[in-house]
Design a binder for this molecule. Structure first.
Ligand SMILES: *[C@@H]1O[C@H](CO)[C@@H](O)[C@H](O)[C@H]1NC(C)=O
Ligand SMILES: *[C@@H]1O[C@H](CO)[C@@H](O)[C@H](O)[C@H]1NC(C)=O
Ligand SMILES: *[C@@H]1O[C@H](CO)[C@@H](O)[C@H](O)[C@H]1NC(C)=O
Ligand SMILES: *[C@@H]1O[C@H](CO)[C@@H](O)[C@H](O)[C@H]1NC(C)=O
Ligand SMILES: *[C@@H]1O[C@H](CO)[C@@H](O)[C@H](O)[C@H]1NC(C)=O
Ligand SMILES: *[C@@H]1O[C@H](CO)[C@@H](O)[C@H](O)[C@H]1NC(C)=O
Length: 571
């Protein structure tokens, strides 16, 4: 049971209501007129745009407080001033006019999601009262002017998804009220500005997808309100700073795709609030240490350690398990050893991706006994033996995926590096791991035996990939009843393709590479056998693409290949 949320006095809400009161008061009493200076600035701003602002009066209205996106407040009995300008997503195009500086009582400026170009005019930084400056999602370029450091009232500075370049100026000493800094997806270079350490109110620091280098040398002891630190997809080097453990409020930590080395520091086990941790694609070592430390973070739901620990052995002892973990990826680490039994203790597991390693042994039957598991990817390993029957009894795939208790789906958990290039793109597409299609992928192993007919009971499964194994027998009739089934390709199975159901909707390519398969009902699929000759070529392409230790499965086998893919099938 979770405690029901409490509703403390929300001061910003009160402030908003107050402003609203002033605003409406102003519109009544003062006939919506704003000061001549503000009016001039607004008209000059609109005129500077390529095509003006469509829903503003083109002529000489003085009632600017009533214009869309303009907020006014009453300052003294007769002075109504513009305090906010929210023109987000209005299709505006042009450069940022310096005339905006004329709105000298402005506290809120949101020009996000338009097509502004050029650089930030220095005049804009005279707006000393600005609390919110949101320019995200435009085509702005040039450097971020150092005058930003003079906006000491700023609480939210958002310049993400533009074309800014150069260093992030190290001018944050006086921005004591800064709560959100987002500069992601730009071309910033240089180091993390150390003056950010003065911003002890910071809750979100998002510098993802830039080219920042050097060490992570912020003074994390000051950041006791920080909930999100996203500095992934940069060129940061050195160690993961131990001082990160001071950020007790931290929920989301993304350090993925940098060049960090060394071990996961022992002290990170103190991150009691952390829910999402992505260390994917660095050069970290000692996976035993990493797992041993991180299992102490009791709120950890999503953990991605992929593309690290190259060639180490998967620890099977000394790890207890992760009590809250819902999604775990340890992809592409060339790990040796077995699927570890401590995973059994991760009762909440919904998505497990151990693909592209060198794990061996049989697939343990207990993998089929998780209540929530809907995504299991063991592809590109060296597992042998038969497919355990329990995998065809996965609860969430038979009867629907049950929600986790207290799931906070408002937190985005994007996945970037699960497996192949295509999946990296997929990972960007999916904002939350729960958005991935339910899938079981056992391809590129050395599994033997037949395809379980019980897979046909997994009504909620969208993708089943058993290709490139040593499976034999026929395609069970039962699979044709799977409503989400879409295609079967590269089979080397024998016998008649089951008639009807989803199979009858497959394109011919779905049956390629099955010398022993034939069909009465699919007369157009005659070339099924012909493609067998090309098998070798196909394999070589795949090896080149994968470039990883799975030549074994391909070289030895190529014999029995089952590819069953089921796709979201909306009825
Ligand atoms: C508004 O503009 C019109 C011409 O477009 C002009 O005739 C009128 O005097 C102007 N009114 C004010 C208040 O400036
Ligand atoms: C700016 O407006 C957009 C669209 O309404 C909104 O999503 C965003 O949160 C606003 N920015 C700030 C800092 O309030
Ligand atoms: C900051 O403001 C001061 C005066 O208030 C001014 O002298 C200084 O040049 C400004 N700094 C920048 C970088 O614009
Ligand atoms: C990363 O940032 C660059 C530069 O702004 C942008 O072009 C690119 O689309 C971003 N990448 C992603 C995956 O968002
Ligand atoms: C990663 O960092 C090491 C030093 O720790 C350096 O030698 C190497 O060139 C860096 N790699 C990249 C791709 O920047
Ligand atoms: C990994 O870390 C553990 C401490 O948790 C240490 O005992 C062990 O020597 C480390 N292994 C390597 C290879 O550095």
């Amino acid at each position: 049971m979770r405690a029901s949320p409490t509703y403390p006095c929300n001061c910003s809400l009160l402030l908003l209501l107050f402003l609203f009161y002033l605003e409406t008061g102003a519109t009544n009493v003062h006939d919506q007129s704003c000061s001549p200076g503000d009016l001039r600035a607004l008209y000059a701003f609109a005129r500077s745009l390529d095509r003006g602002i469509r829903d503003w009066p083109a002529a000489n209205s003085t009632r600017c407080c009533g214009w869309p996106g303009v907020r006014c407040a009453l300052f003294s009995l007769s002075a109504v001033r513009v305090v906010g300008l929210d023109l987000s997503g209005k299709g505006l195009e042009g450069v940022l006019s310096p005339s905006l500086a004329g709105l000298d009582k402005l506290t809120f400026l949101n020009l996000s999601s338009n097509s502004f170009r050029g650089s930030i005019p220095p005049e804009l930084l005279r707006l000393k009262l600005l609390e919110v400056l949101d320019l995200r999602n435009n085509h702005l370029s040039g450097e971020l002017p150092p005058g930003i450091g003079n906006l000491s009232n700023l609480s939210r500075l958002v310049v993400s998804s533009n074309g800014f370049t150069g260093n992030i100026p190290d001018v944050f000493h006086d921005l004591r009220k800064l709560e959100v800094l987002s500069a992601k997806s730009n071309g910033f270079v240089g180091r993390l500005p150390t003056s950010l350490s003065s911003c002890s109110m910071l809750t979100v620091l998002d510098l993802w997808n830039n080219s920042l280098g050097g060490r992570i040398d912020l003074d994390f002891r000051r950041f006791d309100r920080l909930t999100t630190l996203n500095i992934g997809w940069n060129k940061l080097q050195g160690l993961i700073p131990e001082a990160l453990s001071s950020c007790r409020a931290l929920k989301i930590l993304n350090l993925s795709r940098n060049n960090l080395s060394g071990q996961v520091p022992e002290k990170l086990c103190r991150l009691g609030s952390i829910s999402f941790l992505n260390l994917d694609n660095n050069s970290l070592s000692n996976i035993s240490q990493a797992l041993g430390v991180l299992q102490e973070c009791h709120d950890l739901r999503v953990l991605d350690l992929s593309w690290n620990f190259q060639g180490e052995e998967m620890p099977t002892t000394g790890i207890r398990g992760f009590q809250s973990l819902q999604a775990m990826g340890i992809v592409n680490c060339a790990l040796t050893g077995l699927i570890p039994s401590w995973l059994r203790n991760c009762k909440e597991l919904s998505a497990l991706n151990l693909s592209w390693n060198c794990l061996t042994g049989e697939i343990p039957p207990w993998l089929g006994r998780f209540d929530h598991l809907f995504l299991l990817d063991l592809a590109n390993n060296s597992h042998y033996g038969e497919i355990p029957a329990s995998l065809a009894e996965l609860k969430s795939l038979m009867s629907g995926i049950p929600p986790h208790d207290g799931d906070d789906s408002s937190i985005e958990f994007p996945f970037y590096g699960w497996s192949s290039n295509q999946q990296i793109l997929d990972g960007l597409k999916y904002k939350h791991y729960t958005d991935f299609p339910p899938a079981v992928n056992l391809s590129y192993n050395r599994l033997t035996g037949s395809i379980l007919k019980e897979f046909g009971n997994l009504r909620y499964l969208h993708q089943l990939d058993l290709s490139r194994n040593n499976l034999s027998g026929s395609i069970p009739e039962e699979l044709s009843s799977m409503v989400n089934l879409e295609s079967v390709a590269f089979n080397h199975l024998r016998g008649l393709i089951p008639i009807g159901g989803q199979f009858s909707t497959f394109p011919c390519s779905s049956f390629e590479g099955n010398p022993g398969l034939y069909s009465d009902s699919l007369p157009f699929c005659e070339p099924v056998k012909a493609t067998y000759q090309k098998e070798g070529d196909v394999d070589e392409d795949k090896i080149a693409f994968i470039g990883l230790p799975f030549a074994i499965g391909v070289a030895s086998g190529f014999v029995f290949i089952v590819y069953v893919s089921m796709c979201c099938w909306q009825l």
